[in-house]
Design a protein around this ligand. Structure first.
Ligand SMILES: CC(C)(COP(=O)(O)OP(=O)(O)OC[C@H]1O[C@@H](n2cnc3c(N)ncnc32)[C@H](O)[C@@H]1OP(=O)(O)O)[C@@H](O)C(=O)NCCC(=O)NCCS
Length: 162
């Protein structure tokens, strides 16, 4: 019996390969994405060094998001100060098609650590929605305890509990 084709891309996660980093570079340089994530674009050397460092660190889970067989973004989970975090980035050509939501759901299967946390700026409605759809909820206590950011942007903390 064939599966129902609802038009949504088929998403999978795999280990990052060298050639993926060129695509990640383009994605992080997209001005609209930079504004959304409030994360400044970096030059190529810094991006290459960043991914080399992440991929060499086996305390991290680093994955390429593949959609319909094409490199569509990345998703990463890392420990910091006894807490576990995650972040993701999807290329603009794939936005609004459920890729980030599916990728996060797949990562949650791979990373069993709970609670799992994500930081997101308050104006990043897409990312907030992705987190909420995967069961994350704002942690107001943790937000209140965090120091105010220098750039004046409000940063929210989302948590997925056990
Ligand atoms: C934020 C981001 C990951 C969303 O990825 P995506 O693949 O488009 O997300 P999905 O298609 O899974 O969308 C999930 C939900 O968010 C909504 N959404 C997506 N982008 C949105 C936007 N810009 N504004 C409002 N809602 C948005 C979708 O409509 C969907 O909600 P629905 O199912 O209720 O309709 C992607 O835009 C991105 O990578 N942006 C740049 C980097 C970034 O912001 N990373 C996250 C840092 S915390």
């Amino acid at each position: 019996m064939s599966e129902i084709d609802d038009g949504a891309p088929v998403v999978r996660l795999r280990t990052i390969e060298d050639g993926d980093v060129d695509v990640f570079f383009d994605h992080q340089a997209d001005p609209l994405a930079v504004e959304m994530a409030a994360f400044p674009a970096r030059d190529r050397d810094r991006v290459v060094a960043h991914w080399a460092r992440l991929r060499a660190d086996d305390t991290l889970v680093t994955r390429t998001i593949v959609a319909d067989g094409v490199v569509a973004g990345n998703i990463v989970s890392w420990p910091d100060d006894g807490k576990q975090f995650l972040g993701y980035w999807v290329g603009r050509e794939w936005w609004g098609r459920g890729v980030a939501t599916r990728a996060l759901a797949l990562l949650l299967d791979e990373v069993p650590v709970r609670p799992l946390r994500a930081h997101v700026v308050a104006h990043n409605f897409g990312s907030i929605r992705v987190l909420e759809k995967c069961g994350f909820r704002r942690d107001l206590e943790e937000e209140a305890a965090a120091p105010a950011s220098d750039d004046g942007l409000e940063e929210l903390t989302f948590v997925l509990d056990a």
